[in-house]
Design a protein around this ligand. Sequence first.
Ligand code: ZN
Length: 137
Amino acid sequence: MPSKINHIGIAVPDIAVAAKFYTEALGLTLGGVEEVASQKVKVAFLPIGEVRLELIQPTSPDSPVAKFLEKNGGPGIHHIAYEVADVAGEVDRMKVAGVRMVDETPRPGAHSTQIAFVHPKASGGVLTELVQEMGHS
Ligand code: ZN
C-alpha cells in the first residue's frame, strides 16, 4: 500500500522554459536535470514539502512523453507517483488482483528509484506510477 505521494509528473516541451513559472512565480528551487534513457526523457525535480514536482521533457519524438504532449495539445499533468516500500511486491499484488500494468516488472527510474507504471485504463485515466526509493549509497 502506498505511504505517500512521491511526486507529480508534468510533461513539458522544454524544462528550462517551464521551470521559470515554478522558480520565478512560485519561488521553488529547481534540482538538477537527469536523463532517463529508458523512457527517452530528461527530468528535473522541484521539491515542495514531502512531495516533488517532476518536469519531464522528451528527448526523442518517439518518447511516450512526446506522444502525450501531442495528444494533450501541450504541457500538462502526466502522472501521479505513489511511494511504496516494495515496488516488486506491489506489482505482483496488483497483477494478481487483475490490474493492468504498463510495466509488468519494475525498472530503474530517476534518482536511484525502481518504478512501475499502472495502465491508465486501470486507474481511471490517470497515469499512475509506483516508486520505491532505493536509498543513496
Ligand atoms: Zn515520475
